[in-house]
Design a protein around this ligand. Structure first.
Ligand code: KG4
Ligand code: ZN
Length: 337
């Protein structure tokens, strides 16, 4: 058995996990930083400081819950990028220190690749080749995975990420941060057909969410405060529907284009129940195999980092101690981050 410790500190979750053989989660600890709620969004400097305070206790807890010790580990994987540079530096520094002190191999993992690897951590996970939609707070990417670690990007967002648009719409509706799950909750009380928000037409397989989010602003601006209050749930449900339909539409178009049989969704937005259900039905209705990790593996966690790191270490890609965190880190060589 080969046990990899994963460390994730790219944004506002401090996470550590122990994963055996790249697939079996032995422990998986995620501390979501609450300090950002009062600011309505992640404050990078506060996030870095919270990581400094939390990272060692969270690693200690992950190792203890795995009923092992640091000496029982075989390797260390850490998110190298993309993300907030101060936050990434905390995880990367700790990973290097542990690797050096314990004499273990370590590897820097791309956060988007880690989201894709969450698919291999649950029993229904699909083997490649598949088409993966990664929809998170920072990214909306359509990636063809021909085999583990072999990717081609078909499309990406030209402006806001899907999660970012949901968070911003939630803020316009007066919901607390992080807005995505709050908006989903409010949407359950509303009518998804009540407001017809635009589904932008973008060439190729790219996305654009910024105009959709602005349309929420204009819609609410023209209502009286009483009407806003009365229509909040309808707006939440209708906006969520517009985002979900856009994601599903593009994924299915791209799937027809590259002729894959299997579809996978990953990233924080993939924990959205409406997306999971509607995409599951649309995919099976058109004869695709469909898989999505459980919600706890869609949002940021370190088990997915350990899974990707295991594969990279297995391929002999251990990093040198000079490894640098990268705020912009392309998934594909030759691509801008
Ligand atoms: O993957 P993730 O945890 O962090 C990033 O890599 O960005 O994704 C966070 C994003 C946030 O925008 C959050 O609002 C969104 O995922 N999100 C959701 C839900 N849970 C998290 N969006 C819609 N419905 C949810 N249930
Ligand atoms: Zn993420």
């Amino acid at each position: 058995m080969s046990c990899v410790l994963g460390i994730e500190t790219s944004c506002d979750e401090t996470a550590a996990a122990v994963v055996a053989n790249g697939t079996e989660i032995i422990s998986n600890i995620v501390a979501s930083q609450s300090v950002h709620a009062e600011y309505g969004g992640v404050v990078p400097e506060l996030a870095s400081r919270a990581h400094v305070e939390l990272v060692v206790p969270i690693i200690t807890q992950a190792v203890a819950e795995a009923s092992t010790t640091l000496d029982g580990l075989d390797g260390i994987a850490v998110t190298q990028g993309p993300g907030l540079i101060g936050c990434l530096l905390v995880g990367v520094s700790v990973a290097k220190s542990l690797a050096y002190a314990l004499g273990l191999p370590f590897v820097g993992v791309n956060h988007i690749e880690a989201h894709i690897f969450a698919n291999f951590l649950h029993s229904e996970g699909l083997p490649p080749p598949f088409l993966c939609l990664v929809a998170s707070g920072g990214h909306t990417d359509l990636i063809h995975v021909s085999e583990r670690c072999d990717y081609a990007k078909l499309g990406e967002t030209l402006d806001d990420a899907a999660g970012e648009a949901l968070d911003k719409a939630a803020k316009l509706l007066g919901l607390p941060y992080p807005g995505g799950p709050e908006l989903e909750r409010l949407a359950t009380e509303g009518d998804p057909d009540a407001v017809s928000f635009p589904r932008p037409s973008v060439p190729g397989f790219d996305f654009s969410f910024s105009g959709m989010k602005t349309s929420v602003y204009y819609y609410l601006r023209d209502l009286s405060p009483e009407e806003v209050e009365r229509r909040r749930a309808d707006v939440a449900a209708s906006f969520q529907e517009a985002v979900v339909d856009t994601l599903i539409g593009r994924l299915l178009e791209a799937a027809d284009h590259v002729r894959v049989d299997r579809l996978v969704v990953a990233g924080g937005v993939a924990s959205n129940l409406r997306l999971r259900e509607k995409l599951g039905a649309a995919a099976s209705g058109r004869g695709f195999q469909f898989s999505v990790p459980p919600p706890s593996l869609c949002t940021d966690n370190a088990a997915m980092v350990a899974a990707a790191g295991f594969e990279r270490l297995r391929r002999g890609e251990a990093a040198a101690l000079g490894l640098a965190a990268q705020a912009s880190m392309p998934l594909l060589s030759g691509e801008r981050g």
